[in-house]
Ligand binder design. Sequence first.
Ligand code: SF4
Length: 211
Amino acid sequence: MDNLQKAFSAAAPSVIAELKKRNMEGYYFENCEEMVEKILSMLPENASVAWGGSVSFKDSGLLPALQAGNYQLIDRALAKTDEEKREIYGRSVMADAFFMSSNAITYDGRLINIDGSGNRLACLMHGPKEVYVIVGMNKFVRTVEAGIERTRNLASPANVQRLGYKTPCHETGLCAECLSPGCICSHLVVTRRSMVPGRVKVFMVAKNLGY
Ligand code: SF4
């Protein structure tokens, strides 16, 4: 491990303790392979599984591991029409497990997220039986304000590049508080606790994942 990873590793136990106070579970891993193995050991056979748009989820290697396992995958990328998208979204809300990342997370266990349509955040807040949040060490910040700043001026401009939307941040790389048709910042959600103990599980990896 390099020194950044060692520092993150040293902070992990207190993050896990802070998450526990908020009714959320925290897990720490040195690498994605260990994390994937742990998640597969926790997911019941034949569980229905959905996920929100997440570079961390894709980069972690979780998707191929889930595809190789005995799970019912609910993949919205397979939808060909708006009606099919709605039907798949309905099944995602009722999934046994929903996977996502977080745009930022504070060291005291608060999740900060911004969404365009809000489907990912609706599932974080309510619906799926369990929510698995994959976060690389690059997502950690000290305060909610720093998390919003990170999201607006780093994650959202990068996501707009990925999605090819025409927004001011697509041109400048910085947030202009836009209300343009392509804006992906409709909903700002700070998750400070889970009502259901253990429903939200945070998997921290000592790697940079997503943005
Ligand atoms: S410019 Fe618009 S889309 Fe880009 S980060 Fe700001 S609010 Fe979000």
